[in-house]
Design a protein around this ligand. Structure first.
Ligand SMILES: [Zn+2]
Length: 308
């Protein structure tokens, strides 16, 4: 019986693969560095194909037991046509028909989608968002993105490009952003601006959010104030989302979400204070359940959803 999925999570640094069985259980994991293959897209696609075959073998399965391959990529993806439109962090990927190229190599159905949408599927089906009909799943890191579950369904937008939370403009006179915009949310709460804020507050260069977490744990007052400020910045960006979408749940993932104990209260307080009263009292914040496996488990949901 076909009940397994090969999940692939393509990142700018690493590519993670896993074979996932019923109920989203990961039975085999594999990974390799992206860089040696990033120079040419055919090289990368061949590496993916070899790794997919090897993972099926390592799981002791044959292709008759595999429903398909789900692939998450960091960029603009045409889910319906199976085309990678653009990957900002992996050069040379413009309008690549990844699904049709890879299907010919591995002889299995292939599904491709944006990585944050896939993580959202994982959290919604098996993680922090189980049973919740309306939620926002936000990832905080170098980039800031989000997936939306509205009325129990992943909301894709007209071009599968919905959810660019990091590029909501907050200030028309703010810093320039990689997207071409100005004063985007990401320019205030992405890793780079948070590291800069940390260094400025502590009067010491080169500090990261990890350093600030360690200092806050020791009770350092400036570090605690840093987290309060970061939480207020994040909350300020989410007020509009809460008013617009009226979600029951906001799931926060990515490196910064490890600092839940210092971060979530100022986020919640800011939203409750600034949002409209009904929407502002009806939401909760939770940390994402999955870390490294999120993309692989989400790929399982993507492929199994497509069977219905
Ligand atoms: Zn932007």
């Amino acid at each position: 019986m076909k009940q397994y999925v090969v999940g692939v999570d393509v990142g700018g640094t690493n590519i993670k693969l896993g074979v996932v069985g019923p109920s989203g259980k990961v039975i085999v994991r594999n990974s390799f560095a992206t860089k040696p293959f990033a120079s040419s897209r055919m090289k990368l696609i061949s590496a993916l194909s070899r790794a997919i075959e090897a993972s099926i073998m390592a799981a002791g399965l044959n292709k008759k037991q595999i429903l398909g391959v789900g692939i998450g990529l960091p960029g603009l993806i045409d889910y319906e046509k199976g085309i990678v439109r653009f990957l900002p962090n992996i050069p040379g990927w413009h309008s690549v028909h990844l699904r049709s190229i890879l299907q010919k190599k591995v002889h299995l159905p292939v599904f491709v989608d944006n990585d944050v949408k896939i993580i959202t599927l994982a959290e919604s089906k098996f993680g922090a968002g189980r049973g919740v009909k309306n939620l926002v799943c936000m990832t905080l890191g170098t980039g800031v993105g989000a997936g939306l579950i509205l009325n129990g369904q992943l909301y894709r937008g007209q071009d599968n490009a919905a959810g660019e939370l990091g590029h909501i403009p907050l200030n028309e006179h703010g810093p320039k952003c990689n997207c071409g915009g100005v004063g985007c949310f990401e320019a205030y709460v992405g890793n780079r601006p948070l590291f800069a804020l940390a260094s400025r507050m502590m009067g010491k260069p080169g500090l990261t959010t990890l350093d600030m977490f360690a200092l806050a744990k020791k009770g350092n007052k400036k570090a605690l104030f840093f987290w309060k400020t970061a939480g207020q910045r994040i909350g300020n960006g989410l007020v509009g989302i809460v008013n617009l979408l009226n979600p029951r749940l906001i799931i926060i993932g990515g490196g910064v979400s490890n600092n839940e104990e210092f971060l979530f209260k100022p986020i919640t307080d800011t939203i409750r204070r600034r949002a409209m009263s009904l929407q502002g009292s009806a939401f909760k914040i939770k940390r994402a359940k999955f870390k490294d496996d999120a993309g692989i488990i989400g790929a399982y949901v993507l492929v199994t959803n497509a069977q219905k």
